[in-house]
Design a protein around this ligand. Structure first.
Ligand SMILES: [Zn+2]
Length: 247
């Protein structure tokens, strides 16, 4: 680490349970962020400014003005741009020392598998169940840690699966089917800071996984009720019928 890096990351380096070792590990890690909406915006920002070595950003959508209340990384001049490209443009100004690779398309099939295989940690910041299931299966295949979050209305949820360390359960044990749960904030609405909060938690879990510092709970569904201001934890168990983790 050079002088300017020691200075930049000094508040993290001061932590005895993070220190230079944690920072160096973070700097050598590759984190894949899939979805650059409200969750991905916030998570990718903290990952970039904290000094993750490589950040791959994948999103096929274009920025619209109705995104701006939650997707605070962007500015009005970027409306119409692909979100992965727009996020990369902004993040390079926040931390030019790291490598940022935008993938300006919907990540699926072979491309999804290649991206997951090359990452150390995967963040699912998407807003639909089909994408979530594909990401889950790719993470299971390559035994990559998956940090998944979602937010809708006043509620959010966060769950991490440490597939690199432990077997089962998986995301599809929790949500086995595409169903009426396939709601997104496009139809149901969302209060902006709730999605930001979940994005912050995703960044925190990813930093802990990438640096090897701190505890990440495996397969514990953390539910946040922003209206009441409460968190509730639920331990997940394997679904004996799950088609994904029993493959
Ligand atoms: Zn499963």
């Amino acid at each position: 680490m050079n002088e300017s890096e020691l200075d930049r990351y000094s508040r993290q380096l001061l932590l005895p349970n993070f220190d230079v070792a944690g920072q160096l590990k973070l700097a050598s890690s590759h984190i894949l962020v899939i979805g650059l909406g409200g969750l991905g915006n916030i998570a990718a920002t903290y990952l970039a400014t904290s000094g993750v070595g490589i950040l791959t950003l994948a999103d096929g959508d274009q920025l619209e003005s109705s995104n701006l209340p939650r997707q605070v990384l962007y500015d009005e001049s970027q409306i119409g741009l692909n979100k992965a490209v727009a996020a990369a443009e902004q993040l390079v100004t926040r931390n030019p020392r790291i490598r940022i690779y935008p993938m300006p398309h919907k990540l699926e099939a072979e491309a999804l598998h290649r991206a997951v295989e090359s990452a150390d940690v995967v963040l699912d910041c998407t807003d639909n169940f089909a994408a979530r299931q594909s990401i889950n299966r790719a993470c299971l295949t390559y035994k990559k840690p998956l940090v998944s979050a979602a937010a809708i209305r006043w509620e959010g949820q966060l769950v991490s699966f440490l597939y690199h360390q432990q077997a089962s359960p998986c995301y599809e044990c929790l949500y086995p089917e595409l169903s009426d749960q396939q709601l997104s904030c496009n139809e149901s609405g969302i209060i902006a800071p709730v999605v930001g909060m979940l994005g912050v938690f995703q960044a925190l879990e990813a930093i802990k996984l990438a640096s090897g510092c701190g505890e990440v709970k495996h397969a514990t569904l953390r539910l946040f009720d922003g209206f009441e201001g409460r968190w509730r934890d639920m331990r997940l168990t394997q679904d004996p019928e799950c088609v994904a983790c029993l493959r």
